[in-house]
Design a protein around this ligand. Structure first.
Ligand code: HEM
Length: 415
């Protein structure tokens, strides 16, 4: 009996999947993930570059820098129709669950009007301010729980600013984000998601009405909502539901990703003081360090659906099967990055470096994310001499659409 036939787990192995391609890999709930997700992923990727796991309903997993990049890009073979594994009982998410050419009609509003250097300039200077204020509060304390004290408030402020939502509601948004992404139960997760959606539903209706009635002058309503209310798809305005969907996606895509990535970077520096010291002494390495941390601690677990029956790199796949395209499975490719689990700031990234995906859906927030990670290295690290984990800290990871730390208790030597 092959490795696969011994596996019953919670899903099935379709008849066309050979036993040699079946592996017990649970990217969400295994103990290995809770302990060290990247070690668990790196172990799983030894052997076949494409394999099937019966876990979480059963799905394909692809690995290797080149294949991960290919699955991200080749929308004619791998559709975005389902955005997570297991498939969520949720409405479509715009633009992330659309395929070209439909996807491009919405994406161009984001790329041409919201995520442009001109539109982002005031966002960047606001980020500078918020970063400075959070840092000023944190540094004299000598310790913190980094996720709640820094890594969540910063992206919440960023996303609220981009969307033109009142910063007075930051505390509520932080709490929704905590429940949605780090809730302690499925109920809490759904509650956070429901509260955020309900708030955005009212907000979109109210903003659209204010703009339509002329109560809000052009330029006053905020770039995001104006771009979406004035944007056109197939020569018609966007509907309430479409604007609501894009707004909900912004919160999901912008907050948890950054919270998670900042957490992993700081944990790395707490565990590797020599790396912190090297960057403090050589801040010109910051740009490389950001890319290396994005590679080594890649967080995005993206889903694709097989678009038609096909043979992909010699593997038979059937239309409708789900594929996990985890950025970490590209970043931990030993052939592209020898000693892949080691962080090396002198390492050059492969052309297939995909922490932000590739192809039509490539992350429009990548520039902002990189800017914030650079600030973490250039501004925060020098202010935290002796950075370390608080003694006795137990760390635990959760993995879903992103790989995150639930808590990160840090300490340092304040002046
Ligand atoms: C370290 C931080 C981040 C990581 C690792 C990340 C990763 C990703 C990845 C891998 C995708 C591609 C999904 C796919 O192929 O289906 C994506 C899409 C997206 N990201 Fe990010 N992201 C980050 C930060 C942000 C931020 C800060 C924002 C907004 C402020 C943002 C907004 C979006 C949006 C709107 C999409 C959907 C794009 C589309 O479907 O066309 N992301 N992100």
């Amino acid at each position: 009996m092959g490795e696969g036939s011994a596996l019953v787990a919670d899903g099935t192995v379709p008849g066309h999947v050979p036993a040699r391609l079946v592996k017990d890999f649970d990217f969400r709930y295994s103990e290995g993930v809770a302990r060290d997700p990247w070690l668990y992923y790196a172990e799983a990727r030894k052997g076949e570059l494409i394999f099937w796991t019966p876990r979480n309903g059963g799905h394909w997993v692809v690995s290797g820098a080149q294949i991960v990049d290919e699955v991200f890009r080749r929308h004619e073979l791998f559709s975005n129709g389902v955005v997570s594994i297991p498939a969520p009982p949720r409405p479509q998410s715009i633009p992330s669950s659309l395929d070209p050419p439909e996807h491009g009609k919405f994406r161009k509003i984001l790329s041409q009007q919201i995520f442009t250097p001109r539109a982002l300039a005031p966002i960047e200077s606001y980020m500078d301010e918020v970063f400075g204020a959070l840092q000023a509060d944190l540094v004299p304390r000598g310790n913190c729980e980094f996720i709640a004290d820094f890594a969540r408030p910063l992206p919440v402020a960023l996303v609220l600013k981009i969307m033109g939502l009142s910063s007075e509601r930051q505390d509520e948004f932080r709490e929704w984000a905590r429940k949605m992404f780090h809730g302690t139960s499925v109920e809490e997760h759904l509650e956070g998601y429901g509260e955020a959606r309900a708030f955005l539903d009212d907000w979109v209706a109210e903003r659209r009405e204010a703009i339509a009635s002329g109560r809000e002058q052009p330029g006053d309503a905020g770039l995001f909502i104006e771009a979406l209310t004035q944007g056109r798809v197939d020569d018609r305005p966007l509907t309430h539901d479409e604007i609501h969907s894009i707004s909900t996606l912004m919160l999901g895509a912008g907050v948890d990703t950054l919270t998670s990535q900042m957490g992993h970077a700081m944990l790395h520096f707490a565990r590797h003081p020599q790396d912190r010291e090297r960057l403090v002494a050589n801040p010109e390495l910051a740009v490389h360090a950001v890319e290396e941390l994005l590679r080594r601690y890649a967080i995005a677990n993206i889903t694709r659906v097989v678009a038609r029956d096909q043979e992909f790199h010699g593997v038979e796949m059937k239309k409708g099967e789900l594929v996990l395209c985890a950025a970490a499975m590209g970043g931990l490719d030993e052939a592209a990055y020898p000693g892949a689990l080691t962080v090396d700031f002198d390492r050059l990234q492969s052309v297939r470096h995909t922490p932000f995906g590739a192809g039509p859906h490539i992350c429009p927030g990548a520039y902002l994310a990189r800017t914030i990670l650079r600030a973490l290295i250039e501004r925060l690290l020098p202010a935290l001499p002796g950075l370390r984990l608080q003694p006795g800290s137990e760390l635990s990871y959760v993995s879903g659409v992103t790989i995150s730390l639930t808590r990160l208790p840090l300490a340092w030597d304040p002046d």
